[in-house]
Design a protein around this ligand. Structure first.
Ligand code: WT7
Length: 655
């Protein structure tokens, strides 16, 4: 179907198609450059102008920005007052958007539902009243563990409306993971559904919540949405049905006046050490930044149908399914299913059904769909597409080319957007009408963002030299902290390079000034675009009686990007066996969730450690990748017991 499928060389620059540029918000590199320079030179004026233009404020701010990164203090739009749900809903009701589709929902089996801005507003107001009736007040934390149903954005916006702080837990997480998160932020209410359906499979969400909430005194109420009508337990006095409470609720609810720096949500993410951290985002800066990036990077027009395939349980869904698009008055598609169910053309069928114009997904999904074969695309009409995006991990140039030719038919720019849970919004990405793209490159910083590549504390890298990607100064949607742990916030992000935010990623800048990400520089594994901490998987493994010590590394995986590979030392009395391996794999899945499932377990009698006891993961990574030549493992002379390396090579692939 693609006449000429040319593999791009990494030096190729691809200009945005002419027809795209004609209608684009920003049409040339010079225009971008001028605006970018203004944004960094006249930082406060720039953001003041944007905040005035894009956001509706109840009260204007006194000062645009005040910060001291050495203390971890970051304030944007000081003393400004606003409400996020007002900006996502109420203000559109006074315009031509009142009866426009805000959310189009596509269910797992092809069911469909649409909410106009007016209808969504009404649902949100009612649910906000339900929350109030359950005792939720401004500043309270509400945990949300829901599938991809319209009620999920309703619940988020209802929290925002009354000033409650939501903490969404991805509906693939296990009871233990729910418990950790609920406890850490002391959520007094959990919102869930009876069950979820995804790819034809049922997941017992309420059951998982029941297990998590056992003996958890903080949880006062559980609100249960009926999704499947499956059989569940309702605990008298604690559990209430969503639909029953909604029947009693009034549909008027004034939005709470929030300070620009009041928390909007907490979202847990994995790091190199310990348990997941509660990344805290606040109100004004986050809203402005997600709205602006949606408008510039996705070039949204009023009649576009925009589809981001992420799950709302991750930051991508928060910022680019819900807050950014709705603040922009866009039509956003919420998809409950998976790319390959019932068949590998599910995404393209949805694109065809709703005539999707802007499509934003992850490299892992693209790799899986490319692998499934182009015959799944040939009979689908993808002519509505005009812009494609990717996020979550580096995209291989071959997959980029396939996306460009086969899916985009050479007429859609591709925006490779780099960002993180902590950054709240996209920091590095092409602006589609203005920036020529290059396969594998996230290209240029967004307005107001100043990335640097450092060799060490005092030196910047040269062109094409890989180093630590850091950001100079804050930007409006930067995390404001780690919930309840200021020290961890400082240590993780602000101490390594004083004055800068440390991203944890490696990158280089080429001769065109384009940024290319090279992957994490810490012990974080990127599985299908989701972050997994090695420490988390290791602690799940050692929880099992059979394991005394574990070391986990990432290995290249052709669909997931990286897979989890675990080395385990067994306790006395346990024998290495295929059955035990299966047991351990299942144990990790049950204790964290399916995304944490190891690809392989490698039983060993020892681990390569330095004399100070630090595990040399570099060696473990290479052996996991299949390296058997000891001389290619790098320097092993600093190991306490160098012979461990031979043992590890010899035992690979046994069992
Ligand atoms: C990590 C953040 C926020 C998006 C979803 C993941 C990697 C993200 C890209 C990209 C190369 C990328 C980084 C980053 N990453 N986007 N376009 N190119 N790598 O959010 O779970 O917070 O993970 O994902 O390594 O640090 P997250």
């Amino acid at each position: 179907m693609c006449a000429e499928f040319k593999e791009f060389s990494e030096k190729d620059k691809i200009n945005p198609p002419k027809e795209f540029v004609e209608k684009a918000n920003l049409k040339s590199y010079d225009e971008y450059k001028k605006m970018y320079e203004d944004s960094v030179k006249n930082r406060e004026d720039f953001w003041a102008r944007m905040a005035e233009e894009k956001v509706d404020w109840f009260k204007k701010w006194d000062k645009v920005n005040e910060e001291d990164l050495s203390k971890g203090e970051i304030n944007w739009f000081v003393n400004g007052k606003l409400n996020v749900s007002y900006n996502c809903l109420d203000r559109h009701l006074k315009t031509h958007r009142r009866n426009k589709a805000a959310i189009i929902w596509e269910g797992d089996e092809g069911e469909s539902k649409t909410y106009t801005y007016q209808q969504l507003h009404q649902e949100v107001c009612k649910f906000a009243n339900v929350l109030k009736a359950q005792g939720v007040k401004k500043g309270d934390r509400v945990a949300i563990y829901l599938p991809m149903v319209p009620e999920l954005p309703v619940a988020m916006l209802a929290c925002a409306r009354i000033g409650a702080i939501h903490s969404i837990i991805f509906a693939g997480f296990s009871p233990d993971s729910i418990k950790d998160r609920v406890l850490d932020c002391e959520a007094k209410v959990i919102i869930t559904s009876d069950e979820s359906v995804r790819g034809g499979k049922i997941v017992p969400l309420k059951d998982n919540v029941d297990k998590a909430a056992e003996n958890l005194d903080v949880v006062e109420k559980i609100i249960v949405l009926e999704r499947t009508s499956g059989d569940i337990n309702m605990k008298e006095g604690r559990d209430v049905w969503w639909h029953e409470e909604m029947k009693k609720a009034d549909d008027k609810c004034e939005p709470e006046e929030m300070d620009a720096e009041d928390p909007l949500f907490i979202l847990y993410t994995s790091g190199s050490t310990g348990k997941p951290k509660g990344v805290l985002h606040t109100t004004g800066g986050y809203l402005l930044y997600t709205q602006m990036t949606t408008e510039y990077i996705f070039d949204i027009k009023d009649d576009d149908v925009y589809w981001c395939t992420a799950d709302i349980g991750w930051i991508t869904g928060h910022s680019y399914i819900v807050y950014g698009p709705l603040a922009s008055g866009a039509t956003t598609l919420v998809f409950e299913g998976v790319p390959t169910y019932p068949e590998p053309d599910r995404f393209w069928q949805v694109v065809e059904k709703y005539k999707v114009n802007i499509f934003y997904t992850a490299p892992t999904a693209l790799r899986a769909l490319k692998k499934a074969g182009d015959e799944w695309i040939e009979n689908r009409d993808l002519s509505s597409l005009r812009l494609l995006g990717t996020v979550g991990e580096p995209i291989n140039p071959e997959v980029w080319s396939w996306y460009h030719y086969v899916i985009g038919q050479e007429k859609c720019p591709i925006v490779d957007t780099w960002w993180q849970t902590e950054t709240g919004g996209i920091l590095i990405s092409p602006i589609p009408g203005a920036i020529p793209t290059k396969p594998g490159y996230a290209t240029v910083p967004f307005f107001g963002v100043e990335p640097l590549i450092l060799k060490d504390e005092n030196n910047e890298c040269d062109t094409n030299e890989t180093g630590f990607l850091v950001i100079n100064k804050s930007w409006p949607s930067m995390l404001r902290g780690v919930y309840g742990d200021h020290e961890r916030f400082m240590n993780t992000y602000l101490k390594a390079f004083p004055g800068y935010y440390m991203t944890g990623d490696g990158a280089f800048v080429d001769e065109d000034g384009y940024v290319r990400l090279t992957g994490r520089i810490d012990d974080v594994i990127n599985v299908s675009g989701h972050r997994m901490g090695t420490a988390e998987v290791e602690s799940a493994l050692v929880e099992h009686d059979a394991v005394v010590e574990a070391a986990v590394v990432g290995v290249p995986h052709d669909v997931k990007g990286e897979g989890i590979y675990a080395y385990c030392i067994l306790s006395e009395g346990y024998d290495k066996s295929g059955d035990l391996k299966k047991d351990l794999i299942n144990h990790v899945r049950d204790s964290i969730g399916p995304i944490a499932k190891p690809e392989d377990i490698h039983f060993v009698d020892g681990l390569p450690k330095t004399r100070s006891g630090k595990i040399m993961r570099r060696i473990l990574r290479k052996v996991a990748e299949g390296e058997t030549d000891k001389s290619k493992l790098g320097d092993t002379t600093t190991l306490a017991e160098p012979e461990v390396v031979d043992h590890i090579i010899d035992t690979k692939g046994k069992f």
